[in-house]
Ligand binder design. Sequence first.
Ligand code: NAP
Length: 240
Amino acid sequence: MTGRVLILGGTAEARELAARLHDAGRPVVSSLAGRVARPRLPVGEVRVGGFGGPDALAAWLREHGVTAVVDATHPFAERISASAARAAPAAAVPLVRLERPRWTAQPGDDWRRVASLEEAAAAIDGARVFLTTGRQGLPAFAHLDAPWFLVRCVDPPMPPLPPRHLLLLDRGPYSLEGERALLTQHGIDVLVTKDSGGEHTAPKLRAARERGIPVIVVDRPPRPGVPTVPTVEEALQWLA
Ligand code: NAP
């Protein structure tokens, strides 16, 4: 397969794939949603902002001579993946999903898996919560006035937020030492995370395991039935 590749991005894997294709001389354009104020930009051509839904994305693919699409968006970015799954066949362009594997519990982990942010909020029984589910999901926790939350996100969130919280603006990758220090400094007794997978945000899981801190893990949403590969290497093979 040759020709121009569209990478739907916003992840480390998407940036790595863009760099590898760019180095190999393959025409590539990366697409970002434009949600983050100062995004980490991939090398090569970049476009920013929503397409306007599946029909508009299909039109964009045709107009820009795209011959393959890699949906390398975050495991919890549901709408853009659904849009790509409709747009690519409509434009007769092959589509592959690049999605990092889920995290799996290790010996010593005390995980409780839940299906949604709302279920995660209902499952909290700690007093001091480290909430790492991202700024868009904070309204699901806003009605909880008893626990205290350490809320970590990349950009400042919009209200509503839980009334008792400390905001920590930071962006991964995070170090194990840093995560251990946060748990200690803030007396954390429960961690809440999405099952994002990957290494960049995994040290918090190890730090929680070491301390015997329970973790509420929000499962990934269901995905459209699109051929899926777990690594950049396999996405490159698919593109070849
Ligand atoms: P989403 O709910 O699936 O997308 C909402 C809308 O934003 C889409 O319908 C689409 O608009 C636009 N959009 C999303 N990703 C896009 C992309 N890569 N290029 C162009 N338009 C895009 O997504 P989200 O959960 O808000 O995440 C937004 C972006 O942040 C994603 O690209 C994702 O990879 C990244 N991200 C998300 C998370 C997370 O936890 N959700 C974490 C880290 C990074 P139109 O319908 O108008 O095309």
